[in-house]
Design a protein around this ligand. Structure first.
Ligand SMILES: [Zn+2]
Length: 434
């Protein structure tokens, strides 16, 4: 078979195109892998940061460590974590006004689509959510739709599969991130009812599962006038049942007084900002009376009462602080860099392979065809230079690898510094709250 110069040129052109394609493919992969790594690392770093905060707290206090599973009570003594579920709703703004006037921070376990419908459809409703986090309250997840089946209004039914459960968490987290700049790390199941296998799933997703130890039952206002007892059904189902919020307010106040008289180490209170009597009566009563009933106790968020991150010393929400460190680390994400590095090496290796192959094939053709024209003599003259260039490319990749390793070390140092900072903040909180 005789090879002409034309054939050689065509082959060399083909190899050059392949080399370019390989580089482009590897670059595309770098971007894709980098993005995936960012997400993965965000989750990992969030978990690490949360664990770090816990470890720091555990080390700084004699309180029992916060473990996985369902958390019923606070661990930092003399704290009252006041929680409000199911909002935001039309009474939430008034609650925010009262809390602001009294410099009290609470935790809202919010829904994306509950009493107020889909929050995304009304900027005014979204503004209430944004105000709550801007004013330093903790925002936590209570699922997107309170696990309510549209076919069975009023019933909260836990989805059957893990995928369905996750699909009720993600849209709400997206919305909170959009309005508040962070994704919630604390979760409360609708009605507090959750299957054991879901508990571990939710923990695996990185949420702390929060329940309560002090239930005012503020939501429950159906009173049976015949049996003189709280009713399981509403006035619609039983003519003897009336809606009696005033009776509930009175009972809630008596209940809280009795509980506070016990001087428990801490209180994790359940209330609902969707209830008018809660916002207009129970809240003002508690604010007026807690200092007399519980002298020395302080209203804090759930994250604070668990000693995770002190809120009082930083503006905004404590979860923002956690997430800020996550995003800072992401900005120079070591894993993303490692992936970029490996993709870059793959890119240069594949390109080099094609160039080497082109050289080898061309040389064989030249020898076989014995076509030592001026063109080929020039070609052979430049061959050593080409080989040198390829070597240089390898050495550049090697240099890149070393630089990235150094960068990784710096990232680790940054992470250690953040851990130390969190530990100091936790220690500060313990001294401040005791
Ligand atoms: Zn609820």
């Amino acid at each position: 078979m005789r090879f002409t110069v034309k054939t050689l040129l065509a082959l060399t052109a083909f190899m050059t195109v392949k080399a370019q394609e390989a580089t482009a493919y590897a670059d595309g992969n770098t971007a894709a892998t980098g993005a995936a790594a960012t997400d993965k690392t965000a989750a990992t770093t969030a978990a690490t940061t949360a664990n770090t905060a816990n470890a720091a707290t555990t080390g700084a206090t004699a309180n029992p460590p916060v473990t996985g599973g369902e958390i019923l009570s606070c661990t930092v003594p003399n704290t009252i974590a006041w929680t409000f579920d199911d909002g935001p709703y039309q009474f939430t703004e008034q609650l925010l006004d009262t809390l602001k006037a009294n410099n009290i921070k609470v935790t809202f376990f919010v829904n994306g689509n509950n009493w107020w419908g889909d929050l995304r459809e009304d900027p005014a409703k979204l503004a209430v959510l944004k105000r709550a986090c801007t004013e330093g309250h903790q925002i936590a997840s209570h699922t997107w739709n309170h696990w309510t089946d549209p076919n069975i209004p009023g019933e909260s039914i836990e989805p059957a599969t893990i995928e369905e459960i996750k699909s009720t968490l993600d849209p709400l987290d997206d919305l909170i991130e959009q309005q508040c700049g962070f994704r919630p790390k604390y979760f409360r199941a609708p009605k507090g009812e959750i299957k054991p296998e879901t508990v571990s799933f939710v923990n695996q997703l990185g949420y702390k599962l929060i329940k309560w130890d002090t239930d005012t039952n503020d939501w429950h206002t159906a009173w049976n006038t015949k049996t003189n007892q709280w009713s399981d059904v509403g006035p619609e189902q039983d003519p003897n049942v009336i809606d009696d919020p005033q009776r509930r307010v009175k009972e809630a106040e008596e209940f809280l007084t009795a509980e506070f008289n016990l001087k428990k180490p801490s209180y994790l209170i359940l209330d609902h900002d969707v209830k008018e009597h809660t916002v207009k009566q129970i809240v003002p009563w508690l604010i007026e009376n807690y200092q007399t009933l519980l002298p020395g106790y302080k209203f804090v968020t759930v994250a604070e009462c668990l000693g995770d991150v002190p809120l009082s010393e930083v503006p905004g929400n404590n979860t923002v602080v956690v997430d800020k460190s996550v995003s800072n680390l992401n900005a120079t994400n070591p894993n993303a860099n490692a992936d970029a590095k490996s993709s870059s090496l793959v890119s240069s290796e594949v390109s080099t392979f094609y160039v080497m192959a082109a050289l080898l094939i061309s040389t064989i053709f030249i020898i076989k065809g014995k076509c030592f024209s001026i063109f080929w003599r020039t070609y052979i003259f430049f061959l050593p230079k080409l080989v040198l260039k390829i070597n240089e490319q390898f050495s550049d990749s090697f240099k890149l690898e070393l630089e990235l390793e150094l960068e990784l070390e710096l990232e680790l140092e940054l992470e250690l510094e953040l851990e130390l900072e969190l530990e100091l903040k936790s220690k500060f909180l313990i001294h401040y709250t005791i």
